[in-house]
Design a protein around this ligand. Structure first.
Ligand SMILES: *[C@@H]1O[C@H](CO)[C@@H](O)[C@H](O)[C@H]1NC(C)=O
Ligand SMILES: *[C@@H]1O[C@H](CO)[C@@H](O)[C@H](O)[C@H]1NC(C)=O
Ligand SMILES: *[C@@H]1O[C@H](CO)[C@@H](O)[C@H](O)[C@H]1NC(C)=O
Ligand SMILES: *[C@@H]1O[C@H](CO)[C@@H](O)[C@H](O)[C@H]1NC(C)=O
Ligand SMILES: *[C@@H]1O[C@H](CO)[C@@H](O)[C@H](O)[C@H]1NC(C)=O
Ligand SMILES: *[C@@H]1O[C@H](CO)[C@@H](O)[C@H](O)[C@H]1NC(C)=O
Ligand SMILES: *[C@@H]1O[C@H](CO)[C@@H](O)[C@H](O)[C@H]1NC(C)=O
Length: 544
């Protein structure tokens, strides 16, 4: 398979954004852990508003309409929508109260209730046998909470300076003596993956509910106490006297507020006398940067494979059959879709099995509406918006039928072969995120028997019929050769082109014959390949 050079170049173009230099007065903290870090306290009246100097970077999809990787006022829940009030809330509120008013504080919290420390070990998380109830939260982090923490950490570094890492975890690993070293492994990875200096970025680890108030896992506090022995810049935050909810595991809202203050007091001591730094950059008004929104990404018209990130399976037509109402599902077999850009920011997605387009059943705007293929008509049911997510090369495919509110969704977030695809509220969970990979060829190369000459009949997808015979070429463009029949443009079937050329070369895999070059770049079963006009061409063996 030759990958079109033109398309490859296009896809690898770095979409650079002119960021302002990071603001040294924007202090960033990363936080991770299990339920107490996720926050298990009721969010009460006093918690519901916050000074705009305290910001959060959204880390989880599908929560309060926040988009992953964008900044918001730090109103709880900070970690995800399963969470409540946690220690980071009053950590940030205390810091901004104590620090000069020119200093802003931003936090990014990734936490999964009930999780073992293994979930954050980047070499081991994939083998973590997590219970079903945990999967939804992990899915909100793209299936990889550590990876998400690093991704948002990198984003945060475009705005400010990472000053510390907060941890609250251990209940699930109670008493395990290797826990401090496992935490060290994760901390070291964060330092390395974000290019930080460990002497300047402390780890603040909070104790679990203490024995003096009936903590069920209080034994683990003896293990947490050993962290500073393996991580020189680790500091333990005492939970002494902080009340719990009666389950022996979770702090009360009042206790979370005090706990957050304790984290902050430790941090303030480590920061010492904080001076407002001169940015050295006239544009130090970071509020200008706070409105980065995901934009729709324009793909070049052409053939692509579309793969769901949650299941690692491809968007595909059931049975590989083109027919009205044929169902669309996930499959481990690749199928091609032709992206055709409409002029309104939406795309038409044409199946490789004839002139059928991806289609929302009945053009419905509702949750659960089925996704199928249907004869191309180009109505709203067949218009989709490819929306960029925070992760590079990962997209959500919203439906115009729902005014962009709902997205292609693998039902039940299942991964088995043939799982149905429907339309569901856009929550950017991993059953709604897709990678889009060029399928290389510019035309429909499936000339299989069930495919009725659509390989040669390429113009219907552009809204023109195919010429009934191999007529004279009236016009030629990037799409192909055009003729005129019954006073209308028609696409001359590609199979005709062999006759218009005196050579024996027909091109292959949708690429043309070379016109002038005999220089061989690579060879495969089709013959020798050269490069012309920035794209592959098949070398005519009778000429070279
Ligand atoms: C790390 O930070 C410490 C303390 O600020 C400094 O002395 C040291 O030179 C730094 N190391 C590197 C590699 O920048
Ligand atoms: C920063 O920008 C905001 C809004 O864009 C403006 O209200 C504020 O005065 C600016 N602050 C400074 C220090 O320029
Ligand atoms: C940021 O986005 C919000 C919501 O879309 C909008 O109301 C606000 O005006 C925007 N602010 C700036 C500075 O563009
Ligand atoms: C689509 O509409 C038809 C008739 O209007 C109805 O019978 C059918 O159940 C609908 N299909 C879906 C998936 O809603
Ligand atoms: C997609 O996955 C999310 C999270 O796992 C789940 O809440 C949602 O219901 C799934 N969508 C459908 C249609 O089942
Ligand atoms: C193939 O084309 C013929 C005539 O062009 C048509 O009768 C037949 O229904 C088509 N088959 C399919 C599967 O589209
Ligand atoms: C190519 O030309 C020959 C004769 O010149 C003709 O019989 C044949 O149908 C043409 N090929 C196509 C695909 O039309």
């Amino acid at each position: 398979m030759k990958v079109s050079l033109a398309i490859t170049t296009l896809l690898s173009t770095v979409f650079s954004v002119a960021w302002a230099a990071p603001d040294p007065n924007y202090h960033i903290y990363l936080a991770f852990g299990q339920s107490n870090m996720q926050g298990a306290g009721d969010i009460e009246g006093q918690d519901k508003s916050v000074d705009s100097r305290f910001k959060m970077l959204a880390t989880a999809g599908g929560c309060n309409n926040r988009r992953v990787g964008e900044w918001y006022d730090a109103i709880p829940p900070l970690a995800n929508c399963a969470g409540g009030l946690g220690p980071v809330d009053y950590f940030g509120r205390t810091l901004i109260k104590e620090l000069p008013k020119e200093i802003k504080v931003g936090v990014a919290v990734v936490a999964v209730a009930g999780c073992d420390i293994q979930l954050f070990e980047k070499d081991k998380y994939q083998s973590y046998d997590m219970p079903d109830w945990m999967k939804g939260i992990v899915s909100g982090y793209g299936g990889n909470p550590y990876g998400r923490l690093i991704d948002v950490g990198k984003k945060a570094q475009q705005y400010g300076v990472i000053k510390g890492i907060l941890l609250h975890q251990g209940e699930t690993n109670t008493g395990q003596q290797d826990w401090p070293n496992r935490v060290k492994g994760i901390y070291d990875n964060i330092i390395k993956d974000l290019g930080l200096n460990a002497s300047e970025v402390p780890l603040l680890a909070g104790e679990v509910v203490s024995g003096d108030v009936g903590g069920a896992c209080a034994y683990h506090n003896g293990v947490i106490a050993k962290l500073p022995q393996v991580i020189p810049n680790a500091h333990v935050i005492s939970s002494s006297g902080l009340s719990q909810q009666g389950d022996g595991l979770h702090f009360t809202s009042a206790a979370y507020r005090t706990f957050g203050q304790r984290y902050a007091e430790t941090m303030l001591k480590l920061l010492g006398d904080v001076k407002v730094e001169n940015n050295g950059n006239s544009n130090n008004n970071q509020s200008n940067n706070n409105n980065q929104t995901s934009t729709s990404k324009k793909f070049e018209d052409g053939w692509y494979y579309i793969k769901n990130t949650g299941s690692n399976k491809y968007l595909s037509v059931k049975g590989a059959v083109g027919a009205n109402g044929q169902n669309v599902q996930i499959s481990s077999t690749k199928q091609k879709w032709k992206i055709y850009n409409n002029n309104d920011g939406t795309v038409l997605l044409i199946s490789e099995f004839g002139d059928y387009a991806l289609d929302v059943s009945n053009g419905s705007g509702e949750n659960g509406a089925n996704i199928q293929i249907y004869s191309i008509h180009g109505g709203d049911a067949q218009k989709f918006i490819i929306r960029e997510t925070f992760e590079s090369n990962v997209y959500v495919i919203d439906t115009q039928a729902s005014n962009g509110q709902r997205a292609l969704d693998v039902e039940g977030a299942r991964t088995d072969e043939g799982t149905n695809i429907c339309q569901w509220s856009d929550e950017e969970k991993s059953n709604q995120t897709w990678t889009i990979e060029s399928a290389g060829s510019s035309g429909n190369t499936n000339t299989g028997n069930n495919n009725n000459q659509s390989a040669s009949c390429w113009s219907t997808s552009l809204g023109y019929s195919c010429c009934k015979s191999c007529i004279n070429v009236a016009y030629k463009d990037n799409d192909g050769e055009w003729g005129i029949e019954n006073n209308n443009w028609c696409g001359i079937p590609k199979t005709c082109q062999s006759n218009s050329s005196s050579s024996k070369c027909n091109g292959a895999q949708g690429f043309p014959c070379c016109q002038n070059t005999c220089e061989v770049y690579t060879t495969d079963s089709d013959g020798d390949w050269g490069v012309e006009n920035n794209d592959w061409c098949l070398i005519d063996s009778t000429k070279c």
